[in-house]
Each structure stands twice: as structure tokens, then as C-alpha cells.
Design a protein around this ligand. Structure first.
Ligand SMILES: [Zn+2]
Length: 468
């Protein structure tokens, strides 16, 4: 007896039509009025005019009139836990700000990290982020499974996610900035990072969760942790992330402690390469930029955070000219309280116009590329996300551009980048709806608001008690 044959299930299709489309493909192809067809997790087709006739199993057909479709935004630098320490030390530069906040950060625990991650992720997802990352580097002893809490929050929010498993082992007694009780041992940090890779890293091209090795910064990490961290990442085939060249103080710190600037220090510890991306990179001379370009080292540009901490203006036009992959980052919300990435498109353009290149610094289309394809490159995932092309994963956003805020701007990309933050009618990740009519469909925003407020108050209380 033979088993009855089950017919192959046709993919569930979502059809979006009559919308402007900025594909952000290699040629920056745009359609004034076009269609995107999503089949299960993948983009099946994109093009001008209506969708092909006769498609089977169309579960949803959306009239996108008055909308712009772009790839989903990709965030390349963040610290989720800071969601519960926003609005503190508001008039400080980086080092003073870190010294002011470390004693608070050192008291985080698993429920706090879980709530803060939920808040950070929700804020980004409701603004069009479809791929998020968290550089988490504060692991106080005995505080639970912080990495697991963060990864759980990302899965619940429904976004694609990279956890950059951070670490600090250079406490104040070793000449570092963090207090000793906030740092891990060298061996402890390496073992915990490898365990996180074992437990959570998905190496497949369609992965929803990936892990990177991410010692915090030269001023909080020993040279040995930098070196062995790079070796660990390469042995396990995962990416490397850290902070680099953020401020003039950092440059001085590196010169005093290591006898060289940050980029030379990174090179000497194995930290330049096409599998590395660094946050900020504000203070880079021509030879630093050439080294990044030669090695393919990527940059997470965080314009709002750099302005908030008076760090300076990263040389993004020069980076792009040198062939450096550049994405955008929110950075932690203790230095960018808005927690949004979509407004960073505008801020990246505006901040760079204030730099040496002035009006030729960045175009609106380059700004959109930084926030989408550039971010995908930096995370090593540009083969599957970051542009709207047939065969890529269905991570995309339908922005509503026909309201008072944008309707009088003829160019929808200019409207998105230069105008007010645009409302979102639909955001898909892996073909799944994450935002619908401006609201998250995966998590309860109001419950998150209550949880984050209560955890922020608990942290403030514990810090005020002053117990280690
Ligand atoms: Zn950062």
C-alpha cells in the first residue's frame, strides 16, 4: 500500500502594489509605481506596474497607493540595557559620562535587562528596523542569563538579530575606566562568549539569531582579551565588533597606554578585517581610513550619539570613497534617548553636511543606503538582506507618505530622509508582519512601557542604596 501523495503547498503570497519602491540594489533601481510579491519568507518579484497575473495562494493584497517601500532598516550598534538609564549625565563627554554611569550599569540584573531589551527592540521595530543588534558588555557576577534574556526579547519582537557578546576585563585597578566589580576575568569572558556561540549562533544564511565576539573598547579591555577574542571569533567563524576611535580622549588613552593610536592598536591585536565592524570611528586620519578600506573593516556610524557626547563628526564621505562598508547605529539610549534608527537617516545626512564636505557630503539616497544595504554589509548579511531583490529575505517596510507631513514632497526618498519620521503601514521580517498601521503586532507596547518604567525605578533605587 502506498501513502497518498500530498500536493506541494504553494507559498503563501503577499502582494503589495501601486507603491513607490526604492530597492537599494546595486544600481539604486527605483519604481515610481510598482509591485513587490512576497512568497513565504522570500521576495519573489519586484518591478514596475502591477504584480504578475495569476499568482496562486495570495493571502493578502495591499494597495500601496501613497506609500514608499524600502528594505527594512538595519541597526548596527546599540546597548539595549541602557533603555532603563536614559536621560542621565546629560551634559558630559564620553569618559565622564561612562564614569558617571558605570556604577549604575554594574547593578543590572536579568529582569532589568529583559525589560530594557524589550523596550529597545520595540522602539526600533516600530520605526522600521527589521534587523537589530545589541552590543552587551556588562555581565555582573551572579545576575542570571543576560544573553538569553536579550535573545528571548528579540525573538518575541520578531526582528532578525545579532547579539554582539561583549566583555570588559580592564577594571579601574588595571588603568581601565569601569569599576573592578563590573568586569569579568579574561578566561571567564572568553568561556562565556564561546558558550553563547555554542548555544545561540545560527550560521545559516537565513538566520534569525547570530552571535559576534565583542570586547567593549580599548579602555575597558586588556590587550590579551582583544587578541584572544579575535582568535576565538575566527576559530568559530563569527564576526567581531567593538568601539573604535570614538573621542580624542580615547586616542590619547591609546597613545599613553599602548604607544600608538587606536587603528594601529586594532591592527596589532588582529582587529582589522572584513569580518570586523566598529562603532563610531570618528577620529580617523587618512592612513586609518586607508587601513580600514584595505582590510574591508566596517563602521557603524552613530551620528546622534556622537553629537550627544560631543565626540565629533565621523568622516563618512571619505569612508565611502575609501570603499569602507558603513551602516548606521542608534548606539545605546543613554547617549541617544530617542532609540530610533529611522531618524538617523536624516541625522547622518545633516551631521555630515556640517563636516568638511558640506553640501556634497551625502545624498538622500546614500543616507537610505547606509541605513539598509550598508548595515547589512557591516553585519555580513548583504547576500540575504538590505535590498529589495527577488530571492532575498522578505524584510521590508511600507512607509505612508501621503499625509500632511510628506504629501507635498514629490521625491519619496527625499521625503523619507529629510522629512518628519514617516508612519509605517506595514513592516515585514522574514515575510511575517511585525508592524501594522503603526503598532507592533508581536508585543504589547503599553505593557513594555510599564515594565521598563518599573525596572528603571528599581535600578535607580538599588544604585541609590549603594550596596555592591
Ligand atoms: Zn556604543
Amino acid at each position: 500500500m502506498t501513502a497518498p501523495r500530498t500536493p506541494a503547498r504553494p507559498p503563501a503570497r503577499i502582494v503589495i502594489e501601486n507603491c513607490a519602491i526604492a530597492t537599494v540594489d546595486a544600481r539604486d533601481t527605483e519604481y515610481a509605481s510598482g509591485h513587490v510579491v512576497v512568497a513565504d519568507r522570500l521576495i519573489e518579484s519586484v518591478g514596475a506596474g502591477p504584480a504578475p497575473a495569476g499568482l496562486e495562494n495570495v493571502v493578502r493584497r495591499i494597495d500601496g497607493t501613497g506609500h514608499l517601500v524600502t528594505p527594512g532598516l538595519v541597526n548596527t550598534h546599540h546597548h539595549f540595557y541602557q533603555w532603563i538609564t536614559r536621560g542621565l549625565a546629560t551634559d558630559h563627554h564620553l569618559f565622564d559620562w561612562l564614569v558617571a554611569l558605570y556604577p549604575t550599569w554594574a547593578r543590572i540584573d536579568e529582569p532589568m535587562v529583559r525589560a530594557a531589551a524589550g523596550g529597545s527592540l520595540a522602539m526600533m521595530a516600530r520605526g522600521g528596523v527589521t534587523t537589530a543588534m545589541d552590543h552587551h558588555y556588562v555581565y555582573p557576577r551572579g545576575t542570571g542569563d543576560l544573553s538569553g534574556a536579550i535573545i528571548g526579547a528579540a525573538a518575541e519582537t520578531g526582528v532578525r538579530f545579532t547579539l554582539a557578546r561583549g566583555s570588559m576585563d580592564r577594571g579601574a585597578s588595571d588603568g581601565g575606566l569601569p569599576p573592578d566589580f563590573a568586569v569579568e576575568s579574561l578566561d571567564g569572558a572568553l568561556a562565556a562568549t564561546e558558550e553563547t556561540i555554542d548555544t545561540h549562533h545560527d550560521a545559516s544564511p537565513d538566520a534569525m539569531t547570530q552571535i559576534a565576539v565583542a570586547p567593549c573598547s580599548p579602555f575597558s579591555v586588556s590587550t590579551e582579551l582583544m587578541r584572544q577574542g579575535a582568535e576565538l571569533a575566527r576559530r568559530r567563524g563569527v564576526r567581531l565588533h567593538t568601539h573604535g576611535s570614538e573621542t580624542v580622549e580615547e586616542e590619547q588613552f591609546c597613545k599613553e597606554l599602548f604607544g600608538m593610536g587606536p587603528t594601529d592598536y586594532f591592527e596589532s591585536t588582529g582587529w582589522l578585517g572584513s569580518d570586523v565592524w566598529m562603532a563610531h570611528c570618528v577620529h580617523m586620519n587618512d592612513s586609518d581610513l586607508a587601513a580600514f578600506g584595505r582590510t574591508g573593516t566596517g563602521v557603524a556610524h552613530c551620528p546622534s550619539s556622537n553629537a550627544r557626547l560631543a565626540a565629533g563628526i565621523a568622516r563618512v564621505p571619505d569612508m565611502l570613497a575609501a570603499g569602507i562598508p558603513v551602516g548606521l547605529g542608534v548606539d545605546g539610549t543613554a547617549s541617544n534617548e530617542s532609540g530610533e534608527l529611522h531618524t538617523e537617516l536624516r541625522n547622518a545626512l545633516l551631521v555630515n553636511r556640517l563636516g568638511t564636505h558640506r553640501e556634497t557630503a551625502l545624498t538622500v539616497r546614500q543616507a537610505l543606503r547606509l541605513g539598509t544595504y550598508g548595515g547589512a554589509q557591516v553585519l555580513g548579511r548583504a547576500d540575504r538582506i538590505g535590498s529589495i531583490e527577488a530571492g532575498k529575505l522578505a524584510d521590508l517596510v511600507l512607509w505612508k507618505m501621503d499625509t500632511l507631513a510628506h504629501a507635498s514632497i514629490a521625491d519619496p526618498v527625499a521625503a523619507l530622509v529629510l522629512g518628519a519620521a514617516a508612519p509605517i503601514t506595514l513592516s515585514l521580517v522574514n515575510g511575517r508582519t511585525v508592524v501594522e498601521e503603526g503598532r507592533l503586532t508581536t508585543v504589547d507596547e503599553d505593557a513594555l512601557a510599564r515594565a521598563t518604567r518599573s525596572e528603571a525605578r528599581r535600578l535607580a533605587r538599588i544604585t541609590a542604596d549603594g550596596r555592591p
